[in-house]
Ligand binder design. Structure first.
Ligand code: COD
Ligand code: ZN
Length: 423
């Protein structure tokens, strides 16, 4: 399938789709016209390339100066990319709960820092030796890099690249930062830092995507959507006709449901203590939803009764130890698979009855859904453009970047599934 996108004067986009299905070849043309002007419509990569390559860029960024403080929109300086680095103009970025973990101190970081890790941008300039992207390319920054050299990258099943910065190193590969504000260096975050008009990334943390991808939706492929969707289709490898149970119906849990649906599961049971989450879960593909609060017996028994003891796949998408064991207990004792998607609280141990595993269950986990980021993100973007799944269902709010604090308020109040900030 080929997509050729042709951008015209503020928002007429024509998408030609050609391909073969079985013995048929097809070609269709989709034209989208918009009365409105997207904030990034006037961006001209050529102009940026000529004017700014090799120079320090002054731009706006949302800086966190310390824990439990609001984001402060500041003018920062972004140094040019060094060897094997890429400077990117961010077009849209989603707000993820992990960003909030930094503000609350549950995720270790030094301050000041620029967080944000779920975005789409355009390459402004590249450092020496960069071969996989060039100025003008549309890209997704990758919080999980793919260096293609470490043993996780070289193993077909691995994706936790050794270059990942999940522990708050806060600098690029050479040990330094490209950001400064008021004369002070500012830390990077998970190799991405997308709450800024411009960021610098290691080449291993950049995936080139189809230029036709709409940034304000495709940004979700950089984290939340891929994490949940991949847990179902890549890590669990949900089979057609199977029964699945998803514990936790936030944005990531909804993405798990979308993955189970795409994989052809015939029954998808959503579980959440907040019944306000049920309608959205049903909209994206859950066949029924239940709250553990409505039952006195363990949820594993409730699910076994509901399904005649046939739950094959369960997913923990909450990040709590108790629900991790509940999800394990809820999959079939012999052929069931349970996937831990939610990050467990740090430095906590859990205990469970090993008989749960002895009888044949499989217990696994995954980061970023198990995807190999640089290889798989472009494919996911293509599948999105082919309408295999609808990212729009996950986006409840879109705000201008300067309203970043409002976006976090929506997260805290539980009103938003995903808020996207546009530049
Ligand atoms: N039983 C059932 N549901 C519960 C319970 C419970 N005991 N407690 C909470 N819930 C529900 C809440 O009502 C809520 O609806 C849902 O669980 C959680 O949803 P959100 O909106 O808080 O969170 P998400 O979906 O955006 O993300 C949750 C994760 C736990 C998946 C996320 O925080 C995470 O850990 N992500 C994976 C880690 C990772 O890959 N990190 C790197 C980059 S993000
Ligand atoms: Zn995230």
């Amino acid at each position: 399938m080929n997509h050729v996108a042709e951008g015209r004067q503020n928002f007429q986009v024509t998408l030609f789709i050609q391909g073969r299905r079985g013995n048929c070849s097809y070609q269709s043309e989709l034209s989208i016209r918009s009365q409105k002007t997207f904030p990034f419509a006037d961006y001209k990569p050529e102009k940026a390339r000529m004017g700014t390559a090799g120079k320090v860029i002054k731009c706006k960024a949302a800086v966190l100066w310390g824990m439990n403080q609001p984001f402060s929109i500041e003018e920062i300086e972004v140094a040019p990319p060094k060897a094997k680095e890429v400077r990117v103009k961010i077009l849209a970025t989603g707000i993820c709960r992990t960003d909030d973990h930094v503000t609350k101190g549950t995720m270790v970081s030094k301050f000041p820092v620029i967080v944000g890790h779920e975005a789409v941008g355009v390459v402004e300039s590249v450092g020496e030796g960069v071969t996989t992207v060039r100025p003008g390319d549309k890209v997704v920054p990758l919080f999980l890099p793919q260096c293609r050299e470490c043993n996780a990258c070289l193993n077909p099943e691995g994706n936790l690249c050794i270059r990942s910065d999940l522990t708050g190193r806060g600098v690029l590969a050479d040990g330094t930062s490209r950001f400064s504000c008021k004369g002070r260096p500012v830390q990077h975050f998970m190799n991405t830092s997308t709450f800024t008009e411009y960021t610098v990334l290691d080449e291993s943390s950049v995936a080139k995507i189809d230029a036709a991808a709409p940034p304000e939706k495709a940004c979700l492929i950089g984290c939340g959507f891929s994490t949940g969707y991949g847990a179902a289709v890549k890590t669990a490898k949900v089979t057609p006709g199977s029964t699945c149970a998803v514990f936790g119906l936030g944005g990531v849990g909804l993405s798990v449901i979308m993955g189970c649906k795409t994989a052809g599961a015939s029954r998808i049971i959503g579980i959440d203590i907040n019944k306000d989450k049920f309608q959205k879960a049903l909209d994206v593909g859950a066949t029924e939803c239940i709250s553990p609060k409505d039952f006195t017996k363990p949820i594993s028994e409730v699910l076994a009764d509901m399904t005649g003891n046939t739950v094959q796949y369960t997913f923990e998408v909450i990040g709590r130890l108790e629900t991790m064991v509940n999800a394990l207990s809820s999959c079939h004792m012999n052929y069931g698979t349970s996937v831990v998607v939610g990050a467990p609280p740090s430095a906590k141990m859990l205990s469970y009855d090993p008989m749960l595993l002895f009888t044949g269950r499989t217990w696994k986990g995954c980061v970023f859904g198990g995807w190999k980021s640089r290889d798989d993100v472009p494919k996911l973007v293509t599948e999105f453009l082919e309408k295999k799944f609808d990212l729009g269902q996950l986006i409840t709010h879109t705000l201008p970047f300067k309203n970043v604090n409002e976006g976090f308020e929506l997260l805290y109040s539980g009103q938003s599934v995903r808020t996207v900030l546009t530049f």
